[in-house]
Ligand binder design. Sequence first.
Ligand code: AMP
Length: 287
Amino acid sequence: MSTQHPPIVHTVAALREAVAGWRARRESVGLVPTMGALHAGHRALMRAARARNSRVVVSIFVNPKQFGPNEDFAAYPRPEGADLAVLAEEAADLAFMPGVEEVYPPGFTTTVAVAGLTEGLCGAHRPGHFDGVATVVAKLLIQTAPDSAYFGEKDYQQLQIVKRLARDLDIPVEIVGVPIVREADGLALSSRNVYLSAAERRIAPALYAALRETAAAVAADPHRAGAILTTAIASLGKAGLRVEYLELRDAASLAPFSGDLSRPARLLAAVHLGRTRLIDNVPVPRA
Ligand code: AMP
């Protein structure tokens, strides 16, 4: 089956021209920012965008500013042909695939930094990562000027940061969070799952299993949360997952868990499995 992929634009000027044509016809526009290596999680974002907009723009840009010096920027998968086939299947209207020089031309010096929300969790272990994310997302929102933009709950902290930056910078866009898409065994889909060996792939679902179990235990006895997390970190270690963090947070502000389940809480984790870093999160069931 070969459906035609959507037009590709590489420049902000061409992106704006395409969007202006739709705007002239009063069409609505949804934006799905990605780094490519598209999978069913990205497809869910495109479908959420499609459900609410007559036009869907998907950006594919591996953003160097959100990778640390020892991270996988060079190795990050870039399967352009397969990605275009996904865009064709999902009937995206436009692919925005800028080069690094288009996004960060010589002389580029601005950084968008969202204080507070970026400091703990992944922010504590990936210095500068969320500044890179916030900067590129602010640019994409300004360049595309969509009605709404779609982000996965998989990157839960990122979703809260993007909501805050849009609000703080008065960018007129609705930020929509989309639930995590998982493999049948519970592993959250990620472009980085291709790094897992067959043996690691068998261990990886233990993360989601532990998150669910731990969240249920906290819901049953929130005042023992500290001890429950300590036990969970130890058992993840035994399963072969080295825990970077496992933390309970307020679901909206990401403030440390107060012990009060009348407000929505979230359990978030990052673990290392061989050379692969996995992140995942679950809601804590309400009391
Ligand atoms: P990435 O290409 O990894 O930067 O991700 C692009 C967008 O897809 C982000 O908003 C991610 O949160 C979202 N995403 C990635 N994996 C999943 C997943 N398994 N389920 C839902 N959304 C996802």
